[in-house]
Write a protein that binds this ligand. Structure first.
Ligand SMILES: C[S@@+](CC[C@H](N)C(=O)[O-])C[C@H]1O[C@@H](n2cnc3c(N)ncnc32)[C@H](O)[C@@H]1O
Length: 207
C-alpha cells in the first residue's frame, strides 16, 4: 500500500490501531532506561506517545499525512513536557537513513515486500547506538491460518527467523520468537525480534 492508500484507510476510520500502546512494546520497553527512540511507520503515534510519556525523546516517522495529523491531535492532549519530547517526520521509511544515535528503534506492524523490508531493517540497525535495541514486531506468516486480523497477503508477512535472516551478521539477535496476542476477535500470532549491535563494533551498514 502506498501513502495515498494509507491516508484513505485512516480517513475511513478513526483510530484504526487503537490508542493504547502495543502490549509487547510495553513488556520490552518498561525494562529499559529512557533514552532516544525512533519509531519507523509510527501510524497515529500510540507507541511514540507512550514512550514520550515515560520520558523518552521520540522521533516518529510515517508517510501517511493523515496518520501524523491524528498523532499530533492525540498528543495535543498530553502535557507540554511530553509533547516537547515528540518529533513527527513525514517520510517514506524505505528512504530513512538514521544516524547512529538511537537507544531504541521500533518497526511495528510495518508490512512491506521483502526487498523493502530488508532495506528498512538494515538501515534501522545502522541507526542504533552501540548498546541500542531494535524491536521488530508484526503479523506472523502463520497468522493467516492460525490467527485473526492483519494483512492476508503472505508475501508481506514474516516469521521471526526471516527477520533474523534479514539482519544477518549486522547485529546480535537477543530474542527471536512467536508471540500470541488476544484480541476481541480471537488470537493473533505475531513475529517478534529484538536485536542490538553490541559487541559487533560495526561501521556504517546502511542499505
Ligand atoms: C499497521 S500501521 C502500524 C502503525 C504503528 N506502527 C502501530 O503499531 O500502531 C502501518 C503504518 O505503516 C505506515 N507505512 C507503510 N509503509 C510505509 C513507508 N514506506 N514509509 C512510511 N510509513 C509507512 C503506514 O502509513 C501505517 O501508518
Amino acid at each position: 500500500m502506498d501513502a495515498a492508500a494509507w491516508d484513505a484507510k485512516y480517513d475511513a476510520r478513526e483510530l484504526t490501531y487503537g490508542e493504547p500502546p502495543n502490549s509487547t512494546l510495553v513488556d520490552v520497553a518498561t525494562a529499559l532506561p529512557r533514552g532516544r527512540a525512533l519509531d519507523l511507520a509510527a501510524g497515529q503515534g500510540r507507541n511514540a506517545l507512550w514512550l514520550a510519556t515515560r520520558g523518552w525523546e521520540v522521533t516518529a516517522v510515517d508517510f501517511s499525512a493523515v496518520a501524523l495529523t491524528r498523532a499530533h491531535r492525540i498528543a495535543s492532549r498530553s502535557p507540554k513536557s511530553v509533547r516537547d519530547r515528540l518529533t513527527y517526520v513525514h517520510a517514506d521509511v524505505t528512504t530513512v537513513l538514521p544516524e547512529p544515535e538511537y537507544d531504541l528503534i521500533l518497526v511495528l506492524y510495518l508490512h512491506l515486500p521483502h526487498e523493502q523490508r530488508r532495506i528498512v531493517i538494515r538501515n534501522a540497525v545502522a541507526g542504533l547506538k552501540p548498546d541500542g535495541i531494535l524491536m521488530i514486531l508484526g503479523h506472523h506468516s502463520e497468522n493467516i491460518s492460525r490467527g485473526v486480523g492483519g494483512p492476508q497477503d503472505p508475501e508481506i508477512l514474516y516469521t521471526p527467523e526471516q527477520l533474523a535472516s534479514d539482519i544477518g551478521d549486522r547485529a546480535v539477535i537477543h530474542l527471536c520468537e512467536e508471540r500470541v496476542r488476544s484480541t476481541n476477535d480471537g488470537i493473533a500470532v505475531d513475529a517478534l525480534l529484538l536485536a542490538g549491535r553490541s559487541g559487533l563494533g560495526s561501521g556504517d551498514d546502511r542499505g
